[in-house]
Ligand binder design. Structure first.
Ligand code: HEC
Ligand code: HEC
Length: 290
């Protein structure tokens, strides 16, 4: 048998296949196709080495470059977020409280961030809606202990009240009964008087006697008109807001045993920017003009 057969017309070699006298010419793969195929194989081999490629059970081959599109996307998203945040955060840092509150577009992210910070750090004591509870003041009332100006609120948040901060605000309502300053009868009278200031009914003689006890013992902090003092954090006793309760027993306990509320200081735990955001948030809670 002939090893090589040639087509008579073209002179090319045939594959040896023949159908009804028609022979198949041996046509090599065009060089360009062959090289292209080779190039793609080479390309894929390089990719296997460089990039994440093969699944291996719960993981995959990482490739020597460590390139990962998922990381790339995460980085880009984080960068975009940071740029957006720093744009308004930078403004908040440099602007005054009045300027911030006068800028509605800025107030939107500020309030959102303030609310998140409040829920994370303050809601345990003041409540999610900041309305307080027994022992914890309502921050949505206009009845401020230490003042409702942004500067006063910021200071309270920074240094705390009866806290471990060196500059802490000090809140001291003395224990008039336990320390023997006032007799039970006097306390009972002053309690009746104090409660009458916010409209509670009471015996007129007791109110009159209580008024004298108040003038002699309480005005130094709560003021002649009992409207309180921001200098010593003494609450207004004429409004309907009570920190510890306005019923006879609660007010009696306040006067008999004294009260020393504790508010932690946040200057070490929160950044100045976070304190500022919280200040604006808290300041706008009491319906103060924005
Ligand atoms: C551990 C409980 C606690 C936490 C947490 C707490 N507070 Fe207070 N806060 C208090 C108490 C108690 C008082 C009242 C102290 C007093 O009786 O003088 C107070 C008072 C205040 C006042 C003063 C109110 C006024 O009438 O002058 C402000 C403002 C305030 N808190 C804001 C905050 C903010 C903002 C946070 C979160 C960063 C926060 N507090 C977290 C317990 C807490
Ligand atoms: C040295 C200042 C000082 C004097 C004097 C003082 N108080 Fe107070 N009083 C305070 C402070 C500060 C508070 C708030 C305590 C706190 O929340 O930590 C307070 C709180 C109270 C409360 C609780 C109010 C509430 O919202 O629950 C009552 C009631 C009260 N005082 C009545 C009196 C009466 C009555 C006298 C006089 C017999 C008196 N105080 C004398 C400083 C004083």
């Amino acid at each position: 048998m002939e090893l090589e057969k040639r087509d008579r017309v073209t002179g090319r070699t045939t594959t040896g296949h023949e159908w009804n006298g028609i022979e198949e010419l041996e046509t090599p793969i065009p060089r360009v196709v062959f090289f292209f195929l080779g190039a793609t194989v080479l390309f894929s081999l390089i990719c296997w080495v460089l990039y994440p490629t093969w699944p291996l059970g719960s993981t995959f081959t990482k490739g020597v470059t460590g390139f990962d599109q998922r990381n790339l996307v995460t980085e880009q998203v984080a960068k975009a977020d940071a740029e957006r945040a720093s744009a308004w955060a930078g403004k908040v840092e440099t602007m005054s409280f009045a300027e911030i509150e006068a800028d509605p577009a800025l107030m939107q992210p500020v309030k959102e961030a303030g609310r998140t910070l409040f829920v994370d750090n303050c809601a345990v004591c003041h409540g999610v809606s900041a309305t307080g509870g027994p022992g914890f003041p309502n921050l949505t009332s206009k009845s401020w202990l230490w003042g409702g100006e942004p500067e006063a609120i910021e200071e309270t948040i920074k240094v705390g009240i009866n806290s471990t901060n060196d500059d802490t605000r000090v809140s001291q309502m003395m224990a008039f009964g336990r320390d023997g300053v006032l007799a039970p009868e006097q306390i009972s009278n002053v309690v009746t008087y104090v409660r009458s200031l916010s409209g509670a009914e009471g015996d007129a003689a007791k109110i009159e006697a209580g008024k004298e006890v108040f003038a002699a013992n309480c005005v130094a902090c709560h003021g002649d008109n009992a409207k309180g003092s921001h200098d010593v954090g003494a609450p207004d006793l004429t409004d309907h807001f009570w920190i510890y309760g306005g019923d006879v027993n609660s007010v009696y306990t306040s006067v008999y045993s004294g009260r020393q509320g504790h508010m932690p200081h946040w200057d070490a735990r929160l950044s100045p920017l976070q304190v500022k955001l919280l200040t604006v948030y808290v300041h706008t809670l009491d319906g103060a003009p924005q």
